[in-house]
Design a protein around this ligand. Structure first.
Ligand code: AR6
Length: 172
């Protein structure tokens, strides 16, 4: 049984087995959570990302997939990078966003991670409306078959925290 917890704050400050990064396909860094993770985690994360680009992910990490690296100086054992879809009204990409959570949990299971922290994937620079991002995140984690014991959503501000809290209050 996976317990969902909510924290308002900075994901890079979490003490967990694995932190999930809202990355982009290049795996070579960016703004938002991605920038914060690389800044605080130091160069070891980028080095491993570069190795992944030179080996298994020559074309980058496809949207909806996940891959783990070291966490460098972060207080976690691993960083799991996932690539959320950009939000658009023209096309329903919800399944790709759900896939980010499922695939990240699958990678966490492979690693043996028991506590995993997620940001609100796609709900920043990629523009996904927060209420809908929260619904997809919570529904997908609730439905996932995983050995992860705690999924901790780490939300940056009040609005994000309230959107996730509203979803967690809904009966499953
Ligand atoms: N801790 C927790 N949440 C955070 C933090 C933090 N340190 N920083 C931002 N957030 P985003 P995306 C929140 O933009 O939408 C990057 O350039 C933020 O307020 O990090 O998936 C990548 O390289 C928002 O609610 O991720 C990609 O190019 C949520 O985390 C692109 O951005 C996600 O915002 C990915 O965009």
């Amino acid at each position: 049984m996976t317990t969902i917890t909510l924290v308002q704050g900075d994901i890079t400050r979490q003490h967990v087995d694995a932190l999930v990064n809202a990355a982009n396909s290049s795996l070579l860094g960016g703004g938002g959570v991605d920038g914060a993770i690389h800044r605080r985690g130091g160069p070891a994360i980028l080095e491993e990302c570069r190795r992944l680009r030179a080996s298994s992910y020559g074309k980058g990490l496809p949207t909806g997939q996940a891959v783990a690296t070291t966490s460098g100086d972060l207080d976690a054992r691993w960083v799991i990078h996932t690539v959320g879809p950009r939000y658009t009204r023209e096309e329903d990409r919800s399944e790709l966003l759900a896939s980010c959570y499922r695939e990240s949990l699958r990678v966490a299971d492979e690693l043996g991670a028991r506590t995993v922290a997620f940001p609100a994937v796609s709900a920043g620079i990629y523009g996904w409306p927060m209420e809908d991002a929260a619904r997809i995140a919570v529904e997908t984690v609730r439905a996932a078959e995983t050995s992860v014991e705690e999924v901790r959503f780490v939300l940056f501000d009040d609005q994000a925290h309230e959107a996730f809290a509203a979803q967690v209050r809904r009966p499953s």
